[in-house]
Design a binder for this molecule. Sequence first.
Ligand code: E4P
Length: 237
Amino acid sequence: MKFFVDTAEIDQIVELNDLGMVDGVTTNPSLIMKSGRDFIEVTKDISTIVSGPVSAEVVATDAGGMIEQGRRLANLAKNIAVKVPLTWAGLKACKTLTDEGFMVNVTLCFSANQALLAAKAGATFISPFIGRLDDINLDGMDLIEDIRAIYDNYEFDTQILAASIRNVNHILESARIGADVITAPPAVIKKMVDHPLTDKGLDAFLADWARTGQQILWQSSYRSRVSYTPGRIYSKR
Ligand code: E4P
């Protein structure tokens, strides 16, 4: 499963990218607004840091405008995926831009029928929004499941990019269902490591290690070796 980060904050992208956790980035006009940065500049910066797809969203609402903006955005860097909304104009732009060889992420998907249309229009990615469906008491994971089944039935190449992820369970469920990609805020990705038993176990191991009185030292041969004072553990008891 690929991990995209859903942010335009450079420091957060760099932090996770250095850990090998970033296969791509998604942005949207709200995230650009939050960053306080110039859209074009921040998009160029992100696409230099990350080698995978970087989604940049058009803001025109007619197909011609989307195509023109999409071409401009795609020309910023080789790894730009043009993001278009799931409207007829967006699907038309998707078809034209993918025919021209650009990556297209069709966003704001809330139904399996919409996802089917996006795949037929040649979308590289479809972005079903899990959290926003949950917000209106629908189950966002049902949508991911339906799209997975439909795309598999007909062997569509469009990648399912599970979006609007609000918690770690959304990531786990997306992985179980077989979404190709998740995009999540950095804070949610970071939370995936948390487990109280890990913390408890580590505390216990470190406390016992302190009782041994040992240290792990570097040798000149660059091999680590445990040094200890014989009898020390026993003399303490
Ligand atoms: C990603 O492409 C979307 O823009 C994003 O995941 C939306 O998330 P939200 O519903 O939390 O704003």
